[in-house]
Write a protein that binds this ligand. Structure first.
Ligand SMILES: [Zn+2]
Ligand SMILES: [Zn+2]
Ligand SMILES: [Zn+2]
Ligand SMILES: [Zn+2]
Length: 243
């Protein structure tokens, strides 16, 4: 894809590519206003995380996460927004250490994997990039960079989405006209199989091979059918009613 995907800033609603968004978030005036307006005695550290698919950087997220939250919290979030299909295993790779959702004590060599009950601040530092894998069979690999760390008033949520790539629009690979709604997992491996509603009905591989188009690097993999909790299009506060 020649054109990098853009996404909207939660606070001002402006659209940027991931590279610009990374810089924008630290200089966004609307964001600064909101942070300045926060009250409350409890202070807390927050990491700004840039999360992207390792092999398709057009899928990306910027989230702010409490530094006392755990890797398990981050794992849960990633499953909810991008990954969960049938409860596969997952792991973070941080430096030489591996943190698994269900570490096995049955290992052949090296150090055993650790569990995910570690706080972000005990394993992360600003500037670090760590790896993440969901499903050790048909693996979806992510890269997570701690772009920034700040201390501020404690917020209600452990994780706040600051931006997310807008859904990528695919054109039906059969009629070449209408927007694709589903993907044929048989044909996807050849870079085809994007189907509009009409062509999906007559496509030769059958409807049981089809999965919904969704805004996730796991689209078309295993049984992944999109997120139940997060809409594909991220809605900034400026577009919400009663914001
Ligand atoms: Zn902004
Ligand atoms: Zn699965
Ligand atoms: Zn079509
Ligand atoms: Zn097909």
């Amino acid at each position: 894809m020649s054109q990098r995907t853009k996404g909207k800033c939660k606070y001002c609603g402006k659209e940027y590519t991931a590279g610009y968004m990374s810089r924008h978030l630290s200089s966004c005036k609307e964001r600064q206003k909101r942070l300045d307006a926060m009250t409350g005695k409890r202070q807390c550290g927050y990491f700004l995380l840039h999360i992207t698919a390792k092999y398709d950087r057009d899928y990306w997220l910027f989230v702010e996460m409490r530094d006392t939250a755990t890797l398990k919290d981050l794992d849960d979030f990633l499953r909810d927004i991008w990954l969960e299909c049938c409860g596969h295993l997952s792991a973070f790779d941080i430096g030489k250490d591996r943190y698994e959702v269900m570490p096995s004590d049955d290992f052949f060599w090296g150090a055993p994997a650790k569990n995910m009950n570690h706080s972000l601040k005990s394993v992360l530092e600003q500037g670090m990039t760590i790896g993440y894998e969901y499903d050790f069979g048909s693996t979806t690999e992510l890269l997570i960079t701690a772009v920034n760390h700040r201390t501020g008033c404690m917020q209600k949520d452990k994780i706040t989405i600051l931006s997310r790539n807008n859904p990528i629009e695919y054109v039906c690979s059969e009629c070449g006209k209408k927007p694709a709604r589903v993907i044929c997992t048989e044909c996807y491996w050849d870079g085809e199989g994007f189907l509009c509603e009409d062509c999906a009905k007559t496509h030769e591989c059958g409807e049981e091979m089809q999965l919904d188009i969704c805004n996730s690097p796991r689209m078309g993999v295993c049984a992944y059918d999109g997120s139940d909790l997060y809409p594909d299009q991220f809605v900034p506060d400026t577009e919400k009613q009663n914001a």
